[in-house]
Each structure stands twice: as structure tokens, then as C-alpha cells.
Ligand binder design. Structure first.
Ligand SMILES: C[S@@+](CC[C@H](N)C(=O)[O-])C[C@H]1O[C@@H](n2cnc3c(N)ncnc32)[C@H](O)[C@@H]1O
Length: 376
């Protein structure tokens, strides 16, 4: 079967790599979506292991429709009885863009009617008093893609972050920023704007090879066509892959002691507190202690947290402070449009990665290759 994993726009290549590393063949890459061949085991393994995906879907059908009749008839050809048990609660989600079928509520109702019509040929009644199955329908330029959502609550919800400090980064974006850097567990990583701790914690999960979804459940854990053995095996495989790495080479700091306390709390919940040194510190007070480290951060930016004048002052502080880290690679994720101008340096590489609806850029400054291994 074909599975499709969604991701934020701009990180499709990172997600493709993750999927390939799990052993699956990628068949198509679209904006915010990567499709691949997989079986029932792949559903479990991908939900548990993918760090940059938002959801994992079963792709059921792709067709053109510009009338409700065409929508109904095409939906009706799908063998819904293979996926939906007689008592599943059926939720239909529709999004429509640049298409003749503009009314989302009307499309939702047609899709549901068509599914129910088909299921009633197999089951005598549909009480809908059991576990939910979410059917997602995306309509773009009159082309309709039909999916079953195997994930449920988005994969960024790893379970460790339960408090939010100012403008926290989603766990999937944090993981994407790390996987787009040259980070590996032998290198020092510093986030001097750590807030609630997302970047250092995601880095520590990568260092210890802890699966991001190893401690949570998914909608498809309860699907009638999945069985418990598949899930047990996939969780077990993920636990077996964890290592006992324990060097403390990840550093997080923030000007706010409240944020640092929260970051420590979250690191403990994620079971990686021993790998991270969190401290209360302003960016201007940073001191380099070693060579060839990596800075990954998302400082506050005008739109969300600061006025333009304070943003400029802060980015000048960043420039002065980061100057001392001459052998380090620096990765800055921000929507501050004057960033390169104020920082006084052109990035080696820039990537557009949306943070929700905010158009952010990931500025990448590559340092020299490490000559020797670190010492702290
Ligand atoms: C966009 S948030 C970072 C969010 C973080 N990545 C997370 O996932 O929670 C920016 C952080 O920068 C901190 N901050 C603001 N000014 C600072 C400064 N001068 N030095 C260090 N940290 C600062 C804020 O307290 C805030 O936690």
C-alpha cells in the first residue's frame, strides 16, 4: 500500500531521508508530503520513529472531481469495509483550495454519506460508538486525495513538553533544524535561546536514538486491521535501538530563569536530563569553552515577540557574541527580515521553513571541519 507522511513546508527532503533510513521506498515528494510504499508494520514503525513528520496517512485514492456526484461516486469505489469496523466513529476532515468544490461542510457531508452507503452494504448497522477513524480529504485544483489518518494527535506531541514558555518551537521543527545541521552526538551543541528546551531535548533524543513516539499511542493502535503484535514488535524494536550514551555535550541557556526551569523539567520528562546542561544566561554573556561546536537557535523576532528596534539591538548582541565562536557552525532560525544585514554576514545556505503561518528562514553558517575530537 502507499503511505503518505506530512511535514512542514521546507523539510520534505529531511523527512524523505528518515523514511528511507527506515527501509522504505519513497515514491513521490510534494509540498509538505512524502509518499512511500509500506505495509501495516510500516504504519507502526513510521508513527513511532519519524522525527519530522506531522502525521502518517494511508493513501486510498486520487481522482478528479468538480461536482458532488463525482465526489460521491469516486469515494464509493473505495473498499471502506477493509479499513472501518462496523462500530468505528467516522470523522471526515476536508480541505479545499483552488477548486470548484468550495464548500467544506458540503463536501464533508457528501464524503460521509458515500462512506456510510458503502459500509451499509457490508454491515447491517453503523452505531458509531467505538474508536474513531479519521478520513482526510484534500482537494487542490479539483484533484482529490483521500487518506486515512493513522496518527491522530499530531506527531509533534511527543509527550514530554507539557508547559509552554514564550513562542515555543514545535518538536518536529526543532528536530528538522537539527537534522539539517551537521550535528552528531560527538559534537557540542548549544542553544542560547532555549526557552522551554525543545532544541536541546530533541538533540538529546537523537543522541540517545530514543524514538520520538516511543511513549505514546496513535489512532491506528486501535484500528481493527492492525494487530497488537505489530505494535508490540515496533515498540520493542525502537527500545532496542536506544543507546546508553551519557556524555553531557548539549548546552541550553536563556535569559529567563523561568524558561530554564521549564526546560529542565521537560528534559527530565523526556529522560535525557543527564545529557543537557541548562543555565540562565543572556546571549551577551556567552563564553566559548571549546572548538568546533554547533549553535542552533531560534531567537525572538520582531513579528512575534519584539518591536523592530529591540530586535535590532538583540541581533547586534547575537552578532557580537557569536563572533567568538569562530570555529563553530551556526544555525539561526528566524523571521527577522534584516537578519543578515544586522548580523553582518551572508549565510552559506538559507532555507525557507514555515513556523505555522510565519515565513521563517533557517540561516546556515558552516564552520570548518573539526580537526580533533572535542574535550570539555
Ligand atoms: C522564540 S523563543 C525560543 C523558544 C524555544 N526554542 C522553545 O522551543 O521553547 C526565544 C527565547 O529567547 C529568550 N531570550 C530573549 N532575549 C534573550 C537574550 N538576550 N539572551 C538569551 N535569551 C533571550 C526568551 O526568554 C525566549 O525563551
Amino acid at each position: 500500500m502507499i503511505l503518505t507522511a506530512s511535514c512542514i513546508f521546507g523539510v520534505e527532503a529531511v523527512l524523505s531521508n528518515e523514511i528511507k533510513k527506515l527501509g522504505y521506498t519513497v515514491t513521490k515528494v510534494d509540498n509538505g508530503r512524502v509518499s512511500f510504499e509500506g505495509d501495516l508494520t510500516a504504519i507502526a514503525r513510521c508513527n513511532i520513529n519519524l522525527r519530522t513528520a506531522g502525521r502518517v496517512f494511508i493513501s486510498l485514492k486520487y481522482f478528479n472531481a468538480s461536482t458532488f456526484d463525482q465526489l460521491f461516486d469516486n469515494i464509493n469505489t473505495i473498499s471502506w469495509g477493509d479499513y472501518i469496523h462496523y462500530n468505528n466513529k467516522i470523522n471526515v476532515k476536508v480541505s479545499s483550495l483552488k477548486s470548484k468544490l468550495t464548500s467544506v461542510p458540503a463536501c464533508q457531508s457528501i464524503v460521509k454519506k458515500s462512506i456510510v452507503d458503502k459500509l451499509l452494504k457490508k454491515y447491517a448497522s453503523l452505531p458509531e460508538d467505538g474508536d474513531r477513524v479519521v478520513v482526510s480529504v484534500y482537494i487542490l485544483d479539483d484533484a482529490v486525495s483521500v487518506f486515512i489518518d493513522t496518527t491522530g494527535e499530531s506527531l509533534h506531541k511527543r509527550g514530554y513538553r507539557i508547559k509552554n514558555y514564550e513562542a515555543p518551537l514545535s518538536e518536529t521543527i526543532a528536530a528538522s533544524l537539527i537534522l539539517l545541521s551537521y550535528y552528531n552526538k560527538g559534537r557540542i551543541l548549544l542553544d542560547p535561546f532555549c526557552g522551554s528546551g525543545t532544541i536541546p531535548i530533541e538533540a538529546a533524543l537523537i543522541a540517545k536514538n530514543i524514538a520520538p513516539g516511543g511513549n505514546r499511542k496513535f489512532d491506528s493502535s486501535l484500528f481493527s486491521f492492525m494487530n497488537k503484535k505489530i505494535w508490540d514488535k515496533a515498540y520493542e524494536e525502537a527500545y532496542d535501538m536506544e543507546n546508553d550514551y551519557h556524555e553531557q555535550l548539549i548546552f541550553g541557556s536563556d535569559i529567563s530563569s523561568e524558561a530554564v526551569d521549564m526546560a529542565k523539567f521537560h528534559a527530565k520528562r523526556a529522560n535525557v536530563e543527564s545529557l543537557i546542561d541548562f543555565r540562565t544566561k543572556a546571549v551577551k554573556d556567552l563564553k566559548k569553552t571549546d572548538e568546533y561546536g554547533i549553535i542552533i537557535c531560534n531567537p525572538p523576532y520582531g513579528e512575534r515577540m519584539l518591536d523592530q528596534e529591540s530586535a535590532k539591538e538583540l541581533y547586534l548582541e547575537i552578532k557580537n557574541s557569536f563572533n567568538q565562536f569562530d570555529s563553530w557552525s551556526k544555525y539561526i532560525y528566524t523571521a527577522y527580515s534584516d537578519f543578515e544585514y544586522v548580523y553582518g554576514n551572508k549565510a552559506d545556505k538559507r532555507r525557507k521553513i514555515f513556523n505555522g503561518k510565519i515565513n521563517c528562514t533557517y540561516y546556515q553558517f558552516f564552520g570548518p571541519k573539526p580537526l580533533t575530537s572535542h574535550s570539555v
